[in-house]
Design a protein around this ligand. Structure first.
Ligand code: SAH
Length: 260
């Protein structure tokens, strides 16, 4: 450890409230700061993220991660039964898996924000998972589990296939690849959240056919603007409505080489 003071994240309570109708507690804000410091330090050994500026980290990592589950956060804040309009299923506590979590996004902010859930962080890089295990201990995140492996293999394992309520997946591949990784892991009725930058209606049409083959439907495509830099982003919400055929996900590398 060196003695250099690490930068502080902005508080942004008003923006959280205005955009997501939710604000972190003092403890959650402290966990966000610890996460930030851990990643800045970890970056010197491991290539975790290029986003290190405090405002940018807040927007692109924390805010963006939680924007994908905005409806769930709002329901939590209201302390109400989830409404039928909520894209999240009402079974509680929810089990999440974050595929290709990297430095823990979107899974760790979700685990911090939604205490009453479990989040499995999956990545194929063992070093990243080792880093996330240290992070979990340091932040005392008792609802976080870690898993080293490839989504193509984990999706075929009985202890993981068809066992999660929500799959999160950001910056791992094309939407078609993400859908093939995600849908086998979902329970019937579960939801996959695919985080995207740009997205067009044309792409929705193409993806519809892919998602169909995997036992899902595209329930919602949400477009939004990030609150600091005004960037356009999208979240695709896929609902699992049927059993995914056993040959999905295909063996390691096939989904990316021969996308559906
Ligand atoms: N989701 C994070 C990291 C994205 S980088 C974020 O948005 O910031 C992509 C990550 O996915 C890398 O850490 C890589 O190791 C992992 N990854 C890529 N293909 C994978 C696969 N098939 N199974 C599991 N992890 C994978």
């Amino acid at each position: 450890m060196n003695n250099l003071k690490l930068p502080s994240l902005p508080d942004m309570a008003n923006i959280w409230q205005e955009t997501l109708h939710w604000t972190p507690t003092v403890q959650q804000q402290a966990q966000f700061q610890q996460l930030y410091e851990f990643i800045l330090e970890g970056n010197s050994q491991l290539n975790l993220t290029r986003i290190t500026d405090p405002q940018e980290f807040w927007e692109k990592h924390l805010w963006d991660s939680l924007r994908g589950i905005a409806t769930l956060l709002k329901d939590e804040t209201m302390g109400e039964e989830m409404t039928s309009s909520s894209p999240f299923s009402s079974s509680s506590p929810l089990s999440f898996i974050d595929i290709g979590t990297g430095a823990g996004f979107p899974g760790i902010p979700v685990a911090i924000a939604v205490a009453n859930c479990t989040v499995t962080l999956l990545d194929s890089t063992r070093k990243k998972i080792a880093f996330l295990e240290q992070t979990r201990t340091a932040l005392n995140l008792t609802n976080v589990k870690t898993l080293t492996g490839r989504a193509e293999e984990v999706g075929q394992q009985r202890q993981h296939r068809q066992t999660y309520d929500v799959v999160l997946i950001r910056a791992v591949g094309t939407a078609s690849v993400c859908a093939e990784y995600a849908l086998p892991l979902l329970k019937q009725g579960g939801l996959a959240v695919i985080y995207r930058g740009n997205w067009t209606e044309e792409e929705t049409k193409i993806l519809e056919n892919v998602v169909n083959q995997l036992g899902g439907v595209i329930e919602l495509v949400e477009k939004f603007t990030t609150p600091l830099s005004g960037s356009i982003r999208h979240c695709l919400y896929l609902r699992k409505v049927a059993v995914t055929p056993v040959h999905f996900p295909r063996p390691v590398g096939v989904p990316t080489q021969k996308p559906l």
